[in-house]
Design a protein around this ligand. Sequence first.
Ligand SMILES: [Zn+2]
Length: 494
Amino acid sequence: MSEVLEKYDVVIGLEIHAQCNTVSKMFCACDNDSFGKEPNINVCPICMGFPGMLPAVNEEAVKKGVKTALALGCSIPKMSKFDRKNYFYPDLPKAYQISQYDEPLAVEGEVEIEIGGEVDEHGNVAGPPEYRTIGIERLHLEEDAGKLTHVSTGTLCDYNRSSTPLMEIVSKPDMFSVREASAYAQEMQKIIRYIGSSSADMEKGMMRFDINVSLKPKGREELGTKVEIKNVNSFRSLERVLEYEIERQSALLDEGKADEIVQETRGWDDERGTTESQRTKEGASDYRYFPEPDLPPLIMDEAVVEKLKSELPELPVTKKKRFMNEYGLNFEYATLLVSDPNLAEFFEQTLERSESVPKKVASMIINILSALLEESRISILDSKVTPEILASVLSMVEKGEISNGSAKEVIEEIFQNGGDPEKIVEEKGLEQVSDTGFIEDLCKKVLEANPDAVEDIKAGKDRAFGFLVGQVMKESKGQANPGMVTKVICEIIE
Ligand SMILES: [Zn+2]
């Protein structure tokens, strides 16, 4: 790959399809949630394309589309319209898809993405993150097609998905490596989830990519012939598609067969790891676009757009930078907290109620709570451990009332069964003992039993010190205040 990149510039653009998580479908009142349901039960004459039926635009889908577009810095034209994109395929009962052609919902935006900074596949830290801005050409709304399943006796059609609202987000050809394209795709998933316009769950087909990729001799202005690979449905596949296509196209260019790279649509075969030509790319004229006669143009109310703008959340890249600058968190902690907007919110809410330093709050959430959430596969929103509870556990640690180990035990207990932290500490006898007399007695006992370790310390071997503190902690069943134990041992030895 690196040899290829010395000779050629790679230019990549992505079209992202994300299903809006609205209650009903794009143009009818059918239930928009068909996951795991029996085929062809969420259908009606409108989404099945029966003659004479009239579609109506789903307002919620429009709002979600506008909000997503605003987050991507797009401008929202006063007017947009729907068009018919005509083609015949069994997954499309109407034989046309209602989409937006020359007057889309939103245009001209840009999005900041973060590249690298994380640990690479070999476990090496790939250095500090870089930031890049990727242009967004447009965001438009359309309806999804049905789903085809090919079996030995023929093809089965399920129209539950037919007319699910889709946002299509088209980037500019602004990505120049597999890494950038992958980072952009992942950032878009995060942004869409922050906005809440789609679950963007790729395993359920809620987010898919069409990839445009072309190569040109290094430094040449004019773009090479672009090839489109449709319906890629995982980040891993996105990377594999690009790696394969870049190799394929560069090999043809190396052999002087540039004319064999044609503008076409190719399909990705995940098992074989190859792309296959499906059809030479249709021009827009092949779709015979014309304005949808059953839907009036969409006129945007400025007040609605302003309201949606005011509701925009802080985006993940901005939030991560703020967590590092404002709270002094390291990249790893900030990345983990920001990966889920609810987790980030939980962190800040706990911080607000706590006297602990941000790093300690973050550590408690990441090392204890996140592990529990992951194990039980529940959302932080459904956790019995609330920001109030976590703050009060942290406060007990700060005051020296319980040890870090006991804090973990309390959090685990509340996570499973709920309850009040102070009561649990009392019931389980987890109070940290700061009684000087009790700790002195324990220390004396441990020092007498370990004369060798005492000699080692006197000879300057510090490791023995940790051993002795550990022994006292063990004797106290973890309840002695470790700070006091350290102090008392020092005093006795001196
Ligand atoms: Zn319907």
